[in-house]
Design a protein around this ligand. Structure first.
Ligand SMILES: [Zn+2]
Length: 214
């Protein structure tokens, strides 16, 4: 399937039911996060060893666009879990949209090095990626997506149990019970966000994290 542009598909009568549902969810989350949905392209990916989705910045001349990919098994997900997947991936898009070009190249190098060595027990940039993945979930929860993020994690755990994806990477991500508890505790949520930002800032000064605690 070729990538479809979320903003265009949401209003197209020719799109498939799933494309239209995804486009509608993506546009609604973009509105909530303050992202230009006209820059977000969505596509299905084939077999994937790691997770159920990812988000990639594509710096085209004078215009930055974002590719959000999802595993085909999300066709089986309920609407809440589907929303949770895109809530997480679009939070990455928000981080990319706040980044300078030099920051983006660091994102790409670090995730690339992490993925290339992910089969090893000690992957390059593991701690950096782990903190950023935690922050990504926590920021989505702060935007009111606690229920959907937790539903997506339960769907992911089930997909792992059924062998649809190889590994749910529990050592990298927050679990559904942690999300449920943080969504109900604004003070603790703020503290956890602050801690993630402090760790990420101690490693470097990427601009996307400059305002997360304000
Ligand atoms: Zn992520």
């Amino acid at each position: 399937m070729s990538p479809f542009r979320a903003a265009a598909t949401a209003v197209s009568a020719e799109s498939s039911a799933l494309d239209a549902e995804i486009a509608s969810v993506v546009c609604s989350l973009c509105d909530r996060y303050g992202i230009d949905s006209g820059r977000v392209y969505v596509t299905e990916m084939g077999g994937f060893r790691g997770g159920l989705g990812n988000a990639i910045p594509i710096p085209v001349p004078f215009r930055r666009i974002y590719l959000v990919r999802y595993h085909r098994c999300i066709r089986e997900a309920d609407p809440l879990a589907l929303r949770g997947l895109f809530a997480h991936e679009l939070m990455h898009v928000l981080q990319y949209s706040r980044a300078r070009y030099s920051d983006l190249s660091r994102f790409i190098v670090r995730y690339g090095a992490f993925s290339a060595t992910a089969a090893l027990k000690t992957s390059f940039y593991f701690d950096w990626v782990r903190q950023l993945e935690h922050l990504t979930d926590l920021m989505a929860v702060k935007f009111g997506e606690g229920e959907s993020i937790a539903a997506w994690k339960r769907f992911k755990a089930d997909a792992t149990t059924r062998g649809i994806i190889r590994d749910s990477w529990d050592h990298l991500y927050l679990r559904d019970a942690e999300i449920d508890s943080l969504a109900a505790d604004e003070v603790n949520l703020g503290l956890r966000i602050g801690r993630c930002v402090a760790v990420l800032r101690a490693k470097d000064s990427l601009r996307p994290f400059a305002s997360e605690t304000s």
